[in-house]
Ligand binder design. Structure first.
Ligand SMILES: [Zn+2]
Length: 409
């Protein structure tokens, strides 16, 4: 099986096509910003003899990144115009993007080194609370660094101890936490808002790339065996305790832009609005949001529209076409009478499933912490670790230079 590979020019083109606005002129030429954004070039994407007035094209007389960028945008246009073509064309672009093997391998090889560097950068943005009475404790930055690093490495405590000593020697932490106390730190309630802040900050380097988002939830099992349950209701021998993670992600890079953790029994729909609000607050420009039919409600549709995005949420079969609001009947008709067009957008939702798969396969689908606060914090470090890996991948594929705090909301 052959795997399509992106040349360096093609991946730069993808960055241009995702970052910037390409403008089509009436004569079918295009104005394309240079990758730095400092200049523009004129491109004629004629398939027989494409032309660009940049130095690269002048020198090589072969497709440059600006021509590739226009071709990517043209492919996307088919997406909005076509009907049956839509899905396949989107997938072509998408597949090329995810199968950028050289960049992928490079990113993998250097992942750990980047990971600790970026994690340190993020943690150094933490404003330490003023130390009150009692014996001096570890700085929060060190605690969060150690806890997230532990989640990332997934190694035994003993092996992790040497990783930590290494991090201390390199100046990534200021003090050495005792390695068997890492899980005790997860019990600190004060950690939660900081972890959430760091997750938001870790996503900001991808702000200019992500405009389409997806929402979903998934369960993480805990080691708590709920004995009282089988006692009370009888018979359910292997009933484990579960924690539910609700998240919103960007569909291009799989970065998590907002997250909520709840008990497993909570319904999904009420989490849609806070997830969307946090993503907006982080400065993302939302154009479309897809979620499964469990999220359909007037409130969720309206919230999406209020934020300037289009909701792609399927209606349930027993839904009334008219519930007295414009947005409801508009989306209902779109869903029922332009089904293919609807599905072309809605299929992007599957990306959020990929995100859960990535998080669970890389950082484990079990939570080792025993109490609720610790489980929330442990789950959040999985998301933070995931985001850092996404940023590292983008560093290679999209030439992103991460500056976490410069634009953080
Ligand atoms: Zn060019």
């Amino acid at each position: 099986m052959s795997t399509p590979q992106l040349s360096e020019r093609e991946s730069k083109a993808l960055a241009i096509a995702t970052h910037t606005n390409l403008v089509r002129k009436p004569n079918n030429t295009w104005i394309v910003p240079s990758q730095s954004g400092a200049k523009t070039y004129t491109v004629n994407p004629d398939p027989e003899s494409p032309f660009c007035d940049c130095p690269d094209f002048e020198f090589r007389r072969a497709r440059c990144k600006h021509i590739y960028a226009v071709e990517i945008v043209l492919k996307r246009e088919i997406v909005t115009v076509g009907q049956t073509q839509t899905v396949t064309e989107t997938l072509t672009v998408k597949q090329k993007y995810t199968q950028d093997w050289p960049s992928y391998n490079k990113a993998q090889q250097n992942e750990k080194a980047h990971f600790i560097e970026f994690l340190h950068q993020l943690c150094s943005g933490i404003e330490e609370p003023i130390q009150t009475k009692g014996r001096p404790r570890l700085p929060l930055a060190d605690i969060i660094f150690a806890a997230t690093y532990k989640t990332y490495t997934m190694v035994s405590a003993r092996r992790f101890a040497s990783d930590l000593r290494d991090a201390l020697a390199k100046g990534y932490i200021s003090k050495l936490p005792s390695y068997n106390s890492i899980f005790d730190y997860f019990q600190m309630e004060s950690l939660t808002p900081y972890l959430r802040q760091l997750i938001a900050a870790s996503a900001t380097p991808l702000k200019s790339i992500e405009t389409e988002f997806a929402v979903d939830s998934s369960g993480f099992s805990t080691t708590n065996y709920v004995r009282w349950f089988s006692v009370k209701y009888g018979g359910t021998e292997d009933w484990h305790d579960w924690v539910k993670m609700h998240l919103m992600c960007g569909v291009k890079t799989h970065v998590v832009t907002s997250v909520e953790i709840s008990r497993a029994t909570k319904h999904d729909s009420p989490f849609y609005k806070p997830l969307l609000q946090q993503t907006a607050k982080a400065g993302f420009n939302m154009q479309e949001i897809s979620a499964d039919k469990g999220y359909i409600s007037m409130k969720n549709l309206q919230t999406t529209i209020d934020h300037g995005a289009v909701p792609f949420i399927p209606f349930k079969s027993n839904t009334q076409p008219d519930r007295g609001t414009d947005v409801w009947s508009k989306m209902f008709h779109f869903y029922n009478f332009k089904r293919e067009e609807f599905l072309a957008h809605y299929h992007k939702r599957s990306n959020v499933e990929s995100v859960f798969q990535m998080i669970k396969s890389k950082f484990g689908e079990k939570l080792r912490s025993k109490n609720e606060t610790a489980q929330v914090n442990e789950a959040l470090t999985k998301v933070l670790a995931h985001n850092l890996c996404v940023v590292i991948q983008s560093l290679y594929e999209l030439n992103i230079t991460p500056e976490f705090w410069s634009e953080a909301a």
